[in-house]
Design a protein around this ligand. Sequence first.
Ligand SMILES: NC(=O)c1ccc[n+]([C@@H]2O[C@H](COP(=O)([O-])OP(=O)(O)OC[C@H]3O[C@@H](n4cnc5c(N)ncnc54)[C@H](O)[C@@H]3O)[C@@H](O)[C@H]2O)c1
Length: 438
Amino acid sequence: MSTSEAGVLSAAEFRERVAARELRIGIVGLGYAGLPLALAFAEEGFPVVGIDLNAERVAAVNEGRSYLVDVPEERYVDAQGRLSATQDFGVVGELDALTICVPTPLSKTRSPDLTYVIAASQAVAEHLTNGQVVMLQSTTYPGTTQELVLPILEEGGRTVGLDVFLGYAPERVDPGNAHFDVHNTPKLIGGVTDECRARAEAIYATIVEQVVPVSSPMVAELAKLHENTFRAVNIALANELALMCDHLGVSAWEVIDAAATKPFAFLPHYPGPGLGGDCIPVVPHFLSWRLREYGYSARMIDAAHEINANMPVHVVHKIADALNAQGRAIKGSRILVLGAAYKPDVHDTRESPSLQIMQDLLARGADLRYCDPWVPTLSLGDSGIESVAWTTEEVDAADCLVMLTAHRQFIDQPHWDKASLVVDTRNVIPAAEHVWRI
Ligand SMILES: NC(=O)c1ccc[n+]([C@@H]2O[C@H](COP(=O)([O-])OP(=O)(O)OC[C@H]3O[C@@H](n4cnc5c(N)ncnc54)[C@H](O)[C@@H]3O)[C@@H](O)[C@H]2O)c1
């Protein structure tokens, strides 16, 4: 690499600036992925600016207010005023390194919507200066970094690898996980050139215990997709076992726990009401979508999707069967759903199967209530609905209790002793004649 380009630090100078914590870092998108990253760099001693279009989030960061479950307000104190936020991309020109963490949703037809990545990359490119390192961290289809972001950065006449540096470092955060965070989750890094990768490694190595360099951005993009596909496929396998066990009259959980006593070559996954969250239901489709271009059909991904996407329907049928066995119908029955969030102890309802199940129950005429200490209100279709309190009275008044998300509060206060009928999709309620499982 030439070091003579105006404004481009030599590799050694760059490292010195990182070591002195003088590198000015920008994080574009202050959500579940971006905010913890911004705080981690600020806590480490770097001056950090978060750039977000959302005025409320920008104000919250500047006032040290938390809006994410995984980010306690004490972290702003630890950052000692080194983190600020703005809506103005003009600040990009004052920074040395930027990470883009904006959303990458799927459209209704399950094709990737890259409009946020394109908009953020264009806004960065407008203020790009020589020597800057740009990392994409949003989850996306293989090829995005080099085929989509690189040309945008080079529009102004700069060359990636020479004037500016570009790479991909996938986000692997697991919200609500008390054991793994930014620091102890290994960071994959693929650079467009060796120098792109080396500079990104130097930056991330300051906050991550293990940086794992890979040979290209596409390897890093694919590794992220494969991790999440692995999980979606294994959950589908567990869900299919539950469907088969339903016919055979045994507990899928007992079968899985028995299989898991094998000390090698088995990794237990468990059934549930369907996939939720921003990653597992969504991410495998980035891969299958891209491969369609090559006439390749990702059969495993499609089969897993079909099984997982059908689980909410199966749960509603199970509720209908359970009520029917007591001479009742869904219509007119008071049904108390436990859990709107997609997994325990988070307030995230994105893609949560609970929403589909509740909507289906409402459409069938249920007198529906839900309880979720993490989700006080919900919009279901056109109407808003409020969580009821977790009390024995609510349980007592329900014709059917449906366990969808095993929040700690439910487990710690097991009011279900009072329930006359239970459908448990998580195997957390002790077996009894009135307890049905999926
Ligand atoms: N949430 C997770 O657990 C998780 C885990 C792994 C990977 N990811 C990936 O990380 C990426 C970000 O996800 P997230 O959960 O943090 O999303 P999020 O919705 O929580 O936050 C994204 C932020 O980006 C901002 N934004 C949107 N467009 C912008 C633009 N053009 N310029 C500046 N800011 C913009 C939004 O206002 C929002 O604050 C996605 O690709 C997601 O798939 C998320």
